[in-house]
Design a protein around this ligand. Structure first.
Ligand code: GLA
Length: 491
């Protein structure tokens, strides 16, 4: 029987996330179906346990709500219906396809059990005359900060703060929904937030916050949500939500991120990875084969290890990479005017445009173009069960991120190296924005426990830093929980 054991690791060492728990697997034996259960089941006894259960996250947010908000209502308020809702949105791990989303490329992420939960109440006061700007009155607090109750009033003409902080992710997201309100109307929102997605570890804590807030606001808006988007032929709420949350992060948080994190947090399917075409914003559900292509290759599990080096995509190197991709594209346009983004270019185009590029631009373009190919291939190999080939693609991806895109760092390289050289490992690479954060490793299930013990001791010996780790599996994207029993609401 596969058993999950918690170990005390300093996984949440950064920022305001300071719970100290990791998860490892004990008693794993070789089996084709077991590994798939661990990775792909809809629940069941073999799935990796979330660090904090969904129920306890919802309970924490509810208790905080009781602490901060008085639920007695004024006579005026009593005539307006109030919605109480609990919204959840997960963090993510990207298996492959890194730094390709903001040039319209391909990514292959999945949602994980770590998530942000929003518990709250809200109401819509519809304007009688339908004139004037729509507005929002927002009060919220986070379980992650003591005494963090914040209150904002925004209208359609509000502008982002010049010094964004964690509240900007929340306010920026609510702002995106003002367009849904009838003219002159007002939405009132009171809510509390909790999360166990480790911050700054490349597991998408920001997107999970935005998407959870977005899902909550939609529930309060009810019939008004996505009013004008509903007319579009391919209307798909998770897609529109992802775009709005990305816009919130780009415009309100000073972070030029791509669409991957918001897209997977919003639209993930339980048990599957998603190949996302970031230009068309098309989602292709990708299920790992239930049996290995080669009989001698044991079924794999996915292990995530945290370098404990904090990354941040708002400042520094990330925007520089975005700009370098733009200038590489400008050079490519000189040889092929049909190229709109790096997604359109081939390596042949890059060679032809070499004389118009700096060495750095050449390397950046090389990474993006080869990474798009690797990502599309990885989807096929995963579906075939060719774990060795998937592993090679992951290893190549890491090498390209390290050498061509230069988004790795010494500690992450050490972590990847330790994993890649361990027996039973198919492949290992940096996941997420880089400059620290986590690695993702595809490893034979019966080698996973030893690998994790090995990573822990070797990494500590080589860097002096603790390395939290966990086995993970794809889980579902944004959804609601029942306010009665905190169980997921399906549909
Ligand atoms: C961060 C960004 C994503 C993506 C990755 C790198 O997570 O938020 O949009 O660019 O980095 O693949």
């Amino acid at each position: 029987m596969l058993q999950l054991v918690t170990t005390t690791n300093n996984f949440f060492a950064h920022g305001f996330y300071n719970k100290d728990i990791g998860v490892s697997v004990k008693g794993a034996t070789k089996s084709t179906t077991r590994a798939n259960k661990l990775l792909l089941s809809n629940g069941g006894d073999n799935r990796s346990t979330p660090i904090t259960t969904m129920e306890s996250k919802a309970q924490t947010a509810k208790e905080l709500f009781g602490k901060y908000f008085d639920e007695t209502r004024s006579t005026e308020e009593e005539v307006i219906p109030v919605t109480t809702a609990i919204a959840v949105a997960p963090g993510r791990v990207n298996l492959i396809g890194e730094h390709t989303d903001y040039t319209g490329g391909f990514v292959l992420p999945f949602a994980i059990d770590y998530s942000t939960v929003v518990y709250g109440q809200g109401s819509v006061k519809v304007s009688a005359d339908g004139n004037g700007e729509s507005k929002a009155k927002i009060s919220f607090a986070s379980a992650l900060f003591p005494d963090s109750l914040k209150t904002f009033e925004i209208t359609e003409s509000s502008t982002p703060s010049e010094t964004p902080d964690w509240t900007s992710y929340v306010v920026g997201t609510v702002f995106q929904y003002l367009q849904d309100l009838p003219k002159g109307s007002e939405i009132g929102l009171k809510f509390c937030i909790t999360s166990d997605v480790p911050q700054g570890s490349g597991l998408s804590s920001s997107a999970s916050l935005e998407v959870a807030v977005g899902r909550f606001v939609e529930t309060v808006l009810g019939e008004y949500a996505f009013a004008s988007d509903r007319k579009q032929e391919d209307f798909f709420p998770p897609k529109v939500r992802a775009l709005r949350c990305q816009k919130a992060e780009n415009e309100w948080c000073n972070s030029p991120c791509g669409i991957m994190d918001q897209a997977i947090s919003s639209a993930a399917t339980n048990g599957s990875l998603m190949l996302i075409d970031c230009r068309a914003l098309e989602f292709k559900v990708t299920e790992m084969a239930k049996e290995s292509l080669m009989l001698e290759d044991p079924m794999p599990v996915i292990v995530v290890a945290n370098s404990n080096i904090k990354h941040s995509i708002g400042g520094g190197e990330y925007p520089i990479r975005v700009a370098q991709c733009k200038s590489a594209t400008d050079a490519l346009k000189k040889v092929n005017p049909d190229i709109v983004t790096l997604r359109d270019a081939t390596m042949e185009d890059v060679e032809n445009a070499k004389e118009y590029m700096t060495e750095v631009e050449y390397n950046r373009a090389t990474h993006v173009i080869t990474e798009n190919d690797r990502t599309i291939q990885a989807k096929e190999e995963l579906e075939q069960g060719d774990w060795k080939r998937v592993g090679e693609l992951m290893n190549d991806s890491h090498a390209s991120m390290r050498d061509n895109y230069e988004v790795s760092c010494k500690e992450v390289d050490i972590l990847v190296d330790i994993a890649q050289n361990f027996p039973g490992v198919y492949g290992s690479r940096l996941t997420g924005g880089g400059f620290g954060g986590c690695t993702v490793t595809l490893v034979a299930e019966d080698s996973a426990e030893e690998l994790m013990a090995h990573i822990k001791s070797e990494y500590k010996e080589k860097t002096g830093i603790d390395c939290p780790y966990f086995v993970t599996r794809p889980t579902r994207g944004a959804h609601l929980l029942s306010v009665k029993d905190f169980k997921p609401i399906v549909g």
